[in-house]
Design a protein around this ligand. Structure first.
Ligand SMILES: Cc1ncc(COP(=O)(O)O)c(C=O)c1O
Length: 411
């Protein structure tokens, strides 16, 4: 890195922060401690600074004083009310989204329901670089139900394309399960095109929205999507282990039977009935008691995104990735690292991956310096850009440090 390159990108970062219409929001998050650049909001979002008051209110005004009565007063409706608000962020009309279990469990429940709804069809289509839990769930369901997994072989610096899906689906396909944004490269899949291709083959589609919920508009209803699941601890800042949300298109709900039938998904929860009768509507996809306490931080972030608007959040995501690309070109790529993410355009998500054989060791050094991105084997560092909490200066600091540590490691 030359001194001039550093000064150029540092000056640009300062200009971009000064002109950022969302800059004030970056100060609404906890920013204490030794971290100088947090580039991992795509793994675990930062907490909002007002959470101590919110938790205190929850304990004082809800849990502590209303006690069990609060279930009837509010908590029973919470999975659906908050689900509708998250649904709105991903383009779903009310009555189709809900807060449920973990992403993994919801993927299982919805994928399993989908294959049961396509009797006689024997294949599940998924790409071979899907997030591990997605692949493991699909392999488990295939083993359980005697189905075959049809793998789409993808370029790890990109993701599953429409053409690949068109070639993979056919009369045997029961379900296509894909990530909207690839966890490794940040590649954004063509939701309307792929959904239409799967439907033309008579299959259902389940979208994993973990890396898009709260940062990219998804347009589920507009695309005619069938099913979706997304986590809430990344760009929805719900905190470690906060529950996932699910989406089931309204006209499909009555036709699907999920495999974990529990009392919270029953038609009359407190009837204490002898036999399970599924609820009508989206409630049938619940199983056990909703994780209400784990939605307090999530609700705070949903409120903030509603205020700002998902389009504005996405606009800043694009500006951040664009700047990160310039900073990488100035500080890191000249040292032999390679960008392993799509170029700017319709396939770019909110994180970039850069690859080099010494990045495992480089990333460990960066963490010691308070520069937090994440290493993904075999050789990638992901730079996750969470628009409401990340400053351009932070990106500059982090990427300049990445360049310094890479230079040191390869000297
Ligand atoms: C694409 C994707 N799917 C699923 C998960 C995780 O699932 P769970 O929330 O059950 O741990 C992640 C976690 O990073 C992910 O990136």
């Amino acid at each position: 890195m030359t001194r001039a390159a550093h000064a150029d990108t540092a000056a640009l970062a300062a200009e971009l922060d000064a002109a950022d219409p969302l800059a004030e929001h970056t100060r609404r998050f906890v920013r204490e401690g030794d971290v100088v650049a947090y580039l991992d909001g795509n793994s675990l979002g930062r907490p909002l600074a007002d959470l101590p008051e919110r938790f205190s209110r929850f304990i004082g005004e809800e849990w502590g004083t209303r006690l069990i009565r609060r279930w009837d007063e509010a908590w029973m409706r919470r999975p659906f009310e908050l689900g509708d608000r998250i649904g709105a962020l991903v383009g779903a009309a009310p009555g189709q989204a809900f807060i449920g279990d973990s992403t993994t469990v919801l993927l299982y429940k919805l994928a399993r329901a989908a294959v049961e709804a396509r009797p006689g069809r024997t294949e599940i289509v998924i790409d071979d670089d899907s997030f591990p839990t997605d692949r493991f769930v699909v392999e488990g369901i295939a083993a359980e139900r005697g189905l075959t997994v049809r793998w789409i072989r993808v370029d790890r610096a990109a993701g599953a394309t429409l053409e690949q899906v068109e070639r993979a689906v056919g009369e045997r396909t029961a379900l296509v399960l894909l990530c909207h944004v690839a966890y490794r490269s940040g590649f954004v899949a063509d939701v309307p095109g792929i959904t239409a291709a799967a439907h033309a083959a008579g299959a259902l589609v389940l979208w994993d929205l973990c890396h898009s919920a709260g940062v990219l508009p998804v347009g589920l209803d507009a695309a005619g999507a069938d099913l979706a699941v997304g986590c809430t601890y990344k760009y929805l800042n719900g905190g470690p282990g906060s529950p996932a949300f699910g989406y089931v298109r309204a006209d499909l709900q009555g036709a699907l039977e999920q495999p974990i039938q529990g009392w919270m998904g029953a038609a009359d929860v407190f009837a204490m009935a002898e036999r399970y009768e599924p609820a009508s509507g989206v409630a049938r996809f619940l199983s056990g008691t909703p994780p209400v306490l784990a939605t307090v931080a999530l609700e705070a972030m949903v409120e903030l995104i509603e205020q700002v608007g998902i389009e504005a959040v996405h606009a800043k995501s694009l500006a951040l990735t664009d700047f990160a690309e310039q900073a990488l070109a100035a500080h890191v790529l000249p040292l032999g690292a390679a960008l392993a993410s799509p170029p700017a355009g319709p396939h770019r998500g909110s994180h970039l991956t850069v690859a080099h054989p010494s990045f495992r060791e480089v990333n460990a050094r960066l963490w010691e310096r308070g520069v937090i991105g994440d290493f993904r084997a075999p050789d990638g560092i992901r730079i996750g850009l969470s628009p409401l909490s990340t400053t351009f200066a932070e990106v500059q600091t982090g990427i300049a440090a990445l360049g310094e540590e890479l230079r040191r490691a390869t000297r």
